[in-house]
Design a protein around this ligand. Structure first.
Ligand code: SF4
Length: 130
């Protein structure tokens, strides 16, 4: 194992490392240069991780799939249930403001949300599962 590899690579040298999230969207080239990283997925691509993993093999350099933020107009619903006292329901993605300390608009794109009817339906689903 080469020096400079993150600790988790030493612990699991055959692990396949996928990096997703805001940092992956903002700095994909930087993340791909981290030794041991195999795949970097942007904010839209992370929802399709199974497709990107199909048939992929470990290589010397990570693959990057990261969208242009202007194309980040999709909304993927999600909520949590059963793992905490409170449940969480996602009602918005992105943001149209530009607070100086925050990377959300840069990493997740413009504000978008599903119709209120869809959110109401998801809230009702949550109630039945709590
Ligand atoms: S803190 Fe970030 S997410 Fe919240 S309003 Fe400001 S820019 Fe938007």
């Amino acid at each position: 194992m080469q020096a400079g590899y993150p600790k988790f690579i030493h612990q699991s040298p055959d692990a396949f490392i996928v990096v997703v999230g805001c940092y992956a969207q903002l700095r994909p080239q930087e993340i791909s240069s981290i030794p041991g990283v195999d795949l970097v997925l942007g904010i839209n691509e992370k929802f399709d991780v199974a497709r990107y993993l199909a048939g992929i093999e470990k290589k010397k350099k990570a693959e990057i799939h990261s969208c242009d933020l202007s194309g980040s107009d999709s909304f993927v619903s999600s909520y949590s249930v059963g793992d905490r006292t409170r449940s969480f329901l996602k009602i918005q993605d992105g943001c149209d403001y530009g607070c100086s300390y925050c990377t959300v608009p840069l990493a997740r794109g413009a504000s978008r949300n599903p119709a209120i009817e869809i959110l109401s339906s998801e809230a009702l689903q949550l109630l039945t599962r709590c």
